[in-house]
Ligand binder design. Sequence first.
Ligand SMILES: NC(=O)c1ccc[n+]([C@@H]2O[C@H](COP(=O)([O-])OP(=O)(O)OC[C@H]3O[C@@H](n4cnc5c(N)ncnc54)[C@H](OP(=O)(O)O)[C@@H]3O)[C@@H](O)[C@H]2O)c1
Length: 271
Amino acid sequence: MNDAVFRDNVVVLTGASAGIGRELALQLAGRGAWLALAARDVGRLEEVAEECRERGGRALVAPTDVGEEAQCRRLIDRTMAEYGGVDTLVNNAGIGMWARFEEITDLSIFERIIRVNYLGSVYCTHYALPHLKRNRGRIVGVSSLTGKTGVPTRSAYAASKHAMAGFFDSLRIELMGSGVTVTMVYPGFVATGIRERAFGADGRPLGEGNSPVREDEVMTVEECARLIERAAAERRRELVMTRRAKVGMWLKLLAPRMVDRIARDAIERGK
Ligand SMILES: NC(=O)c1ccc[n+]([C@@H]2O[C@H](COP(=O)([O-])OP(=O)(O)OC[C@H]3O[C@@H](n4cnc5c(N)ncnc54)[C@H](OP(=O)(O)O)[C@@H]3O)[C@@H](O)[C@H]2O)c1
């Protein structure tokens, strides 16, 4: 990988206050990127920004709820005012769930997840696109293996991630020849707080210490961010992160029922 790709590269990064987004911000800052850090929690964003500056990057704190179109427009406007361009947009902000469909009592989970995971990506991409085209930039969509195949306890989440894939795969084709590339990334389980923040059946977060996943046995956030950075730098079309998932993609063509069972077992085992 060319280490200089992200030097002085203006990166708008959503979901930068925690988890994968926070770690990606720190790694890109180490490469000399100019970051616009977006999420709702300003205090946490300020901390990430400070760490980014210590690592040699520039950092703008842009409080944003990506589910609100006007706030996504403001994010891009603020980035333009501060840095004068946009080279890379990473649509990473996301919220999860962990509940079987028939147990869900609060159906607003579906709207809330679609609004953040899917519409948030659409809004940010819409406002960034003219600037990305000027700079022959990069768009990254952080999906999930549930964007490739259905998974129990994730009906709304998988729907939002499939929606992202359909949107960005279509956009990639529309952008052929423009110089702007679209990289879709499909992580498996990564050790972050997403499960603790995920909606349970009643629409409330599962809560601290209640992750159903064996967090110490899944991919680290550092490795995940490294893989995203490399895929984006190389303008890869897509990145399916785990070996099990890569095999699963082939298996789905030949024996889809077997993939259904693998997905069920992964959820039951929590890894
Ligand atoms: N961890 C995994 O196992 C895993 C696996 C596959 C895919 N992914 C995907 O990876 C991405 C990052 O997940 P993560 O594991 O890092 O989750 P996380 O630790 O829960 O972080 C999620 C980030 O998204 C932000 N966010 C949530 N709602 C938002 C909103 N309405 N507007 C703006 N920002 C919002 C959060 O910040 P605020 O709360 O401050 O707004 C936070 O910065 C997500 O798209 C997720 O679906 C994760």
